[in-house]
Design a protein around this ligand. Sequence first.
Ligand code: COA
Ligand code: NAD
Length: 713
Amino acid sequence: MARYSRVSDTVGLITLQNPPVNALSAAVRQGIVDTVKTALDDVEVNSVVICGQNGVFCGGADIREFGTPMTGPPLVPMIHAIEAANKPVVAAIEGIALGGGLELALGCHYRIAHSKAKVGLPEVTLGLLPAAGGSQRLPRLTGLPAALDLITTGRHVTAVEALKLSIVDHLTDHNTVDAAVKFAKSVAEQSLDARRISTRPCPCPPDLDALFEAAMQKVRQSARGAIAPVACVQALQAAATLPYARGMEREKELMATLFTSGQARALQYSFFAQRAVARWSIPSGARWDGSKPRPVLKTAVIGLGTMGRGITVSLAQAGLSVVAVEAQEKPLREAKQAISGMLQRGAQRRGVASALDRITYSQKLQALADVDLVIEAVFEDLELKKQLFQQLSAVCKPGAFLCTNTSTLDIDVLASQSRHPELVVGMHFFAPAHVMKLLEVVYGSRSSLETVATAMNLGKKLGKVSVAVGNCRGFVGNRMLKPYMEQGLFLLEEGATPQLVDSVLEEFGFAMGLFRMSDLSGIDVGWRVRKAEGLVQPGTSTRVRNGRRYSPLGDLLYEQGRFGQKTGCGWYRYDNSREARPDSWLYSFLEEYRARHHLAVRRIDGQEVLERCLYTLINEGFRILEEGIAAGPEDVDVIYVFGYGWPKHRGGPMFYASMVGLTKILERLEHYQQAHPDVPYLQPCVLLRRLVDSGSPPVHKWREIIQKTCSHL
Ligand code: COA
Ligand code: NAD
């Protein structure tokens, strides 16, 4: 809806009304068309101001309407009518003007913004392009390089930057609507000829071809198969080379392709999935939402290795005070130096003061007596962590939350060491912890609702995407990674090469294939985990362990001292660089291994690589849902997109499964299971069968079936 009123005698004021962000729903568009007409017909009115209610200009197209038949007036003619108006129209931008919201403002003759407002054209992040003239008007205002940057990244810019880029005309620190009304009155008599952006030429640098070639190369490299950034460049190319009307046609054509693409659906699903996981709940019937987080001001981190350093930086940068603890003097000194460097570099990059003074360092647990929350990140050693939890519950004040960053250990076992197991929770960060967006908040069987709420809230404060998950080996992310990694090894045994497997996965959109990833994170890390599970048998290469088929290839590389990038060789060789090169040693090693075990080499194609790696990972995702370890498919998908490099334009593994078709996934798993009856993880799980039996409903309907399946199990 949009409300019309007359203010200051001669100014028509149009207020968009669609909480929470005044998105341009059919009703809002209709409201704008009607109120603009009223204002233009009103003979007492000399100028018009458009604003949004509740301090928010407009969050753009109403994403909830995507995928439903279009009703109401379209945006493009609506914005053209505003631009063509014979009375000045001023946009009063408070809060945000994003997507269609900014496009609406660009159709106005003037833009006045509050100094704290943000603007942007983020359509690319939803698999689209700014198709209400944004791709044609913005470059006419800012020039091509800035428009390319804003439209292909979708980044939000501050009002101050928007002023520099000429996107807005004036800033105010006071009431924006009052300022806009005053301004509208002052320009009421002025000519509008130069104010209609669509009539301006697009300023082009002389080396236009080089500019677009570089832009295209950049998006192709970073987009990893996403089509929207490429379409954005093409739309800007049209703005630079075609008259405005033809550019608009091109914008429409490109948008039509994007709008019907699976990628846009995946990205829009991902937008809502992120918001759904923030309203966390668990499937066992208990509801976490509604439970209040407790305030956390003073925190502590124990163990300042790879993870502890990143966690400390993340906490300090979020404005929290941190007591950082290392047991020994030398590692403490080294950690202090490293953390200070990370904070200073971060502050420089972000143009803010460094948070160095928020951290105090100590070698003693007694320093933690008054903290509200502790995150331990010491070695992954159960006995060490058990002892630490006993000490912490004696040292910390009653009510302090005790969190562990363990990646594999049982939260309940650690909680049982504390006097207050209800205050214990997992906070599983990902390396590097100050950069990676994902946080798995792992609740144990005795974690209180308040404890989980507090950890989730802290995650939000740190700018993380936090997902509440149940307690099991590997939680959600690492547990699903296991079958994926193992299939890679089995494929090598059967005749594939690391390059084949990685190239297929990278073509799919992963930043890194599984062998390159293993080389980066360290072959020794996986070896330690398998050793703790009792799977490693040094000096042997038997292919059955603990009664189950096993590939010892990773262990054999470890025994050769090939730990990956850190030792210059692993699945690849590195020659003093990060570039992975094929290694003839590895080929001979694989040949010799296959010969020793009488393994027939077959030709393996890309389809098999993709299906076996991804479908086993997806199958494990179904098992996780079946067991209630994750509340819904959105939780699994958000974890994979934000923590494991799953290509965002493919939504996440569970969304991808729904796109491929559950019947197909089931059939292919059955096919591979028949072909390789001893290879683990190929057996389809109950929930997958149940969903197929229920007619493969769309992903947003799965929760219902999951609940029924869980209650039957
Ligand atoms: N259409 C429909 N609903 C929208 C919306 C849009 N364009 N933008 C935000 N919302 C909804 C969210 O779904 C959420 O609803 P919920 O409370 O039911 O979950 C609510 O508004 C608040 O959004 P949220 O993201 O939780 O709040 P925030 O303050 O962190 O961020 C925005 C606000 C506007 C910056 C953020 O929501 C955003 O980036 N929106 C998308 C903007 C966009 O891409 N527009 C172009 C569309 S093509
Ligand atoms: P790390 O070996 O780099 O660091 C561990 C640190 O703990 C060392 O600096 C050590 O000196 C210190 N330490 C050991 N005992 C201590 C004690 N009693 N008191 C104080 N400090 C002590 O290990 P990391 O990779 O940072 O892993 C830490 C934890 O995070 C582990 O539980 C690990 O499973 C988990 N984790 C690691 C990653 C990763 O990618 N490295 C990712 C997620 C979770």
